[in-house]
Design a protein around this ligand. Structure first.
Ligand code: SAM
Ligand code: SF4
Length: 336
């Protein structure tokens, strides 16, 4: 069969290079900003098999995607995730098309998977960690145990994987944790990225109460430390800074107080095989049904149809002002 390697370009001329691949919507935690306390998860038959996820991801690599991030839900609760990583890892390097394979996790089960993920070629992992205080960690995640997450981070580091910590900044919840997290990351050799909470899906509380603009937080950090702007960009929403006194690389993701859409090169595949073109819009195309019902050619056609729907930008500011998310799906559906 001939391989379809037509580049994926959206109506605004943006070339798609980055796929976030969600392997499950399930999770062992219930972080307050991400999920409600009681969640209904997808029935198993609605979720892509590991083979289907691999087949769809291969099609994206053939068409120019160079970076894939496995995510969820919690990707490490999905059976077969190591096999998927091994399958995609074979596409890394010269001739394979893929330049980076990575993962975002809460790290509860990372100790069990670190060696297999490293062997698959995963060199960097993002770990979500919002506090180093065990009680507060539990309060934010509702079910998480700090010790497990820290053990996961240690195992990955021992396996040679570089860790970046992601912290969602939450007004009145973890404001005091940010400086200790910065110092801890600097001491452990991890990078740190701070994220503003985004209005995705209904949760049990009002998100606007928890919204902490990072420009405000940055001013507070600058009372203690000097920040030098770095020119690095991942083609994504993060802006990077070097914290002089700590030597720490600090990323700030400000979807609300800054717009980052002009250079967007990414799309997201949900665990049900639906392709979402923007985190902040509901437009999607069902690639899995196309594959199951019409085979690879139908799937490629659906990928082309999907790209035409990629919007120019998100609309998070309007959603926050209105106090209700216009995007009803939770972050665990499309993956962060
Ligand atoms: N379970 C994994 C984890 O927590 O790293 C991967 C999936 S999680 C949905 C990916 C990222 O999205 C995490 O860093 C999490 O903090 C972030 N996230 C979830 N809901 C969010 C929201 N409403 N606003 C901003 N970030 C959010
Ligand atoms: Fe689970 Fe990640 Fe959402 Fe927390 S942010 S509930 S760890 S999917």
């Amino acid at each position: 069969m001939t391989v379809n390697n037509t580049p994926l370009v959206d109506p605004f001329g943006r070339r798609i290079r980055y796929l976030r691949l969600s392997v499950t919507d399930r999770c062992d935690m219930r972080c307050r900003y991400c999920m409600a306390e009681s969640m209904t998860f997808l029935p198993r038959e609605a979720v892509m098999s590991i083979e289907e996820a691999g087949q769809i991801a291969d099609a994206f690599i053939d068409r120019g995607v160079t970076k894939i991030r496995l995510t969820g839900g919690e990707p490490l609760v999905r059976k077969g995730v190591d096999q998927l990583a091994a399958h995609l890892g074979k596409r890394l390097g010269q001739g394979g098309g893929l330049e980076e394979l990575t993962l975002t996790t809460n790290a509860t089960y990372l100790d069990r998977h670190a060696d297999a993920l490293a062997a698959a070629g995963i060199a960097r992992i993002n770990v979500s960690l919002d506090s180093l205080d065990p009680d507060r960690f539990h309060q934010i995640t509702r079910r998480g145990e700090l010790d497990r997450t820290l053990a996961g981070i240690r195992a990955a580091t021992n396996a040679g994987i570089k860790i970046k910590i992601n912290t969602v900044a939450l007004k009145g919840l973890n404001e005091d944790d940010i400086l200790p997290l910065m110092r801890w990351c600097a001491g452990e050799g991890h990078d740190l990225t701070l994220i503003e909470t985004m209005p995705l899906g209904r949760i049990d509380e009002d998100r606007t109460d928890r919204y902490l603009p990072l420009n405000e937080l940055r001013a507070r950090i600058e009372q203690e430390y000097s920040l030098a702007s770095l020119s690095d960009t991942s083609g994504g929403p993060a802006r990077y800074w070097r914290v002089g006194e700590l030597g720490l690389k600090l990323g700030l993701i400000t979807p609300l107080s800054n717009n980052f859409c002009d250079g967007c090169n990414r799309v997201r595949l949900s665990a049900t095989g639906r392709l979402y073109l923007c985190l902040g819009h509901d437009d999607k195309v069902d690639l899995l049904s196309a594959l199951r019902n019409g085979g690879e050619a139908a799937m490629h056609q659906a990928m082309d149809d999907a790209l035409r729907l990629k919007p120019l930008r998100h609309q998070f500011e309007q959603d926050m002002d209105a106090g209700v998310p216009s995007v009803q799906r939770h972050m665990n559906v499309t993956g962060g």
